[in-house]
Design a binder for this molecule. Sequence first.
Ligand code: E4P
Length: 224
Amino acid sequence: MEFMLDTANLEEIKKYEKIIPLAGVTSNPSIIKKEGKIDFFNHMKKIREVIGPEKSLHVQVVATDFAGMMADAQTILEKIDTNVFIKIPVNEEGLKAIKALKEKNIRVTATAIYTKFQAYLAIAAGADYIAPYFNRMENLNIDPREAIKEMTNQISLTNSKTKILAASFKNVGQVTAAFENGAQSATMGTDIIQQALAMPSIGKAVADFTSDWESIYDEGTKIA
Ligand code: E4P
């Protein structure tokens, strides 16, 4: 089970890589926009420094045509590092680029997946990860639970090495549903983790433990 952060915010990444068992960081141009007009490659290199070489870094191309995507991928690998997963949307130009990059053994994350058909094409093209957009699928009345379950089945039936990196989450229940339907990975904003760990019930349980402890021992008595 892999938890990734869908953010380019360095402070959030620094904070949450210490809190969660972080497997990687993902971004796209809309996520980059939230950081303002940053020095893109320098910023990505800083993210790599924070997460280290073992965790995965997924960086999206900006070009929308095959040749441009291939050039973007090359530049990303040269200017960040060769282990980066190149994120490519699954449309005609993107699928062509995914095939060509896999022929060169470059790591690829197939993104902007709304349908099983897109996913199956990306799996057959050898993408390392496929990123179904959970919340956006729900908004279109496409059932992401059933879709992820079928993607999982097809990966298993075809003995594919592709992993499902579910994305686009607005709440904790969506993330757990993605894992429960077979996704190996999920990428999410830090708001989801805050939601999950700042439940009032957890706070109350901790306050009750403290108060029960202090009712037995003098206030201020600690274990260590
Ligand atoms: C990640 O690969 C996706 O680009 C991202 O999770 C989309 O999320 P959104 O639907 O919140 O924009």
